[in-house]
Design a protein around this ligand. Structure first.
Ligand code: CA
Length: 225
């Protein structure tokens, strides 16, 4: 899952980034409203955490711009005593809010629930294809009863493909979702990671679930569907 954090307080921002990365999110950050709005409108995120008091462009303006173009779930961060701004944010289409200071665990739980609501037509916490299961809460992957040990990147790749099971995902959309915005997408790093992932998830097992679509991308196919 890919998250954008727009927050000018470095400490809060890196605390959030680290916390979400430990939960297997890919995280981009922006430290002012202009950069935040730019990233929100040009990249594809599963959710956005948006601080309201920001330099260059405040959070309310950023939210207005996002809502003109997309329904990506937005959680706003407010300081104590910003009740009116908070209400304005909710009226403008923010999906949830938290007042600083807040607990990281609660923030993660709320973001998960926003993403779940936005994807209510899809599988969420436990993703499956044939005998392969990926549990997002426990960070575990199994084929049948065999536990498979994946690195964070491999886990994110598999999660993205499984969440879009039976749909061919293009190389660029995979890269956009799994790597941070600063990643140079001309490299063959994606193929390297896919090879490693297949070695662990497909090679020792049958049926094979991960398929390459030449010149396009990759797909996880569930033969039972
Ligand atoms: Ca701020």
């Amino acid at each position: 899952m890919k998250l954008l954090i727009v927050e000018d307080e470095q400490k809060v921002c890196s605390f959030l980034k680290q916390g979400f990365e430990e939960e297997m999110f890919t995280v981009d950050t922006a430290h002012d409203g202009e950069q935040g709005a730019f990233l929100a409108l040009t990249e594809d995120y599963d959710a956005i955490i948006l601080d309201l008091m920001l330099p260059k462009k405040n959070g309310i303006e950023v939210l207005k711009e996002i809502r003109k173009e997309s329904n990506t779930p937005v959680l706003i961060l407010t300081a104590r005593g910003q009740l009116e701004t908070k209400l304005e944010g909710l009226n403008l289409g923010a999906d949830d809010y938290m007042t600083k200071p807040f607990a990281l665990a609660e923030c993660i739980a709320r973001i998960r629930s926003l993403v779940r609501r936005a994807n209510s037509d899809k599988q969420f916490n436990v993703l499956t294809a044939a005998d392969l299961t990926l549990d997002q809460m426990q960070h575990s992957v199994k084929r049948g009863e065999s536990m498979i040990d994946l690195t964070a990147k491999e886990f994110k790749l598999l999660e993205y493909l499984l969440r879009n099971k039976n749909i061919v995902m293009t190389r660029s959309s995979i890269i956009e979702h799994i790597w941070e915005v600063t990643f140079d997408s001309d490299t063959n790093v994606l193929d390297v990671y896919m090879t490693r992932l297949r070695k662990k998830v497909d090679e020792p097992f049958d049926p094979k679930l991960i398929h390459t679509i030449r010149g396009v991308g990759y797909v996880v196919r569930d033969p039972e569907l």
